[in-house]
Write a protein that binds this ligand. Structure first.
Ligand code: BEZ
Length: 211
C-alpha cells in the first residue's frame, strides 16, 4: 500500500553520494524532502537536481533537509553529479541515494509498474519534524517538477504547524491566510492581533502571522 498523508515516513539506512546515512538521523528534528527521479544521465532529471541545488539555501532557511534517490549505483551518481554541476551551474550539496536494490523505492512506493517496472517515477514526500508524511506528489518521467511550488507548500505547511492557519488557492508568501474552521471567530480575534476579516462565518482571513 502506498504511503498516505499522516502516515509515518519509514526509516531506512542507505548508501549515498555523501556516505552512508540513517534517514531519521539525517533529518534530525527538522523537515525533510525525499524525492525520486527515474535515472541518472537523463535530461529532465538533470534539470530537476540542478534546480534543487540552486534552491539549497531556500530549503535550509526553512530547516528542510533534501535527499534524492534513484535506483542507479553510487559510481553512476558520482559521475552524473559532475555533469549536473557543470551544465546547471550549481554545486549539488545534498545526498543522492544509490538505491540499486530498490529498498527505498519499494518502502516509499516509488516504482509504479504500469509506468515502468524498473525505474522510480517522480515521487516527492515532504516529511515533518514528527516524521509524518505531510505532502506526496507523483509526476511522470516526462514532466519535471516545480520546486518553487514545493517551497510554497512547505511555507504553507509550516504556517499551519506554527499558527493554525490554512492558505487559500494560489497563495503566495506575504498574502493573507485563512483562519481554520476549528478556531472560532471570537478566538481568532484574540489569536491574530493583525485582524480578522470575516467574509462568511466559514471564510475568514488574517494577515500572514509571521510577516
Ligand atoms: C528524463 O529525465 O529526461 C527522463 C527520464 C526517464 C524517462 C524520460 C525522461
Amino acid at each position: 500500500m502506498s504511503l498516505r498523508l499522516g502516515d509515518t515516513a519509514p526509516n531506512f539506512k542507505a548508501t549515498t553520494t555523501a556516505g552512508n546515512i540513517d534517514f531519521y538521523e539525517y533529518l534530525g528534528t527538522g523537515w525533510g524532502v525525499l524525492f525520486s527521479h527515474p535515472a541518472d544521465y537523463t535530461p529532465v532529471c538533470t534539470t530537476e537536481l540542478g534546480k534543487t541545488a540552486l534552491l539549497q539555501d531556500e530549503f535550509a532557511k526553512r530547516n528542510v533537509k533534501v535527499l534524492a534517490v534513484s535506483v542507479d549505483p553510487l559510481d553512476k551518481h558520482l559521475g552524473w553529479v559532475k555533469d549536473i554541476n557543470e551544465t546547471q551551474h550549481v554545486t549539488v550539496g545534498f545526498p543522492i541515494i544509490a538505491d540499486s536494490d530498490k529498498t527505498v523505492a519499494n518502502l516509499y512506493g516509488m516504482i509504479h509498474p504500469n509506468a515502468s517496472e524498473t525505474f522510480t517515477v517522480r515521487s516527492l514526500f515532504v516529511i515533518g519534524p514528527d516524521k509524518k508524511v505531510k505532502l506526496t506528489i507523483t509526476y511522470p518521467a516526462s514532466t519535471g517538477r516545480n520546486f518553487i511550488e514545493v517551497l510554497r507548500v512547505i511555507d504553507s505547511l509550516q504556517l499551519t504547524a506554527n499558527f493554525s492557519v490554512a492558505t487559500p488557492a494560489d497563495w503566495k508568501e506575504g498574502e493573507d491566510v485563512i483562519v481554520v474552521p476549528a478556531v472560532s471567530t471570537e478566538d481568532a480575534i484574540k489569536k491574530f492581533p493583525k485582524g480578522v476579516k470575516v467574509v462568511k462565518p466559514y471564510l475568514r482571513y488574517t494577515p500572514q502571522p509571521n510577516k
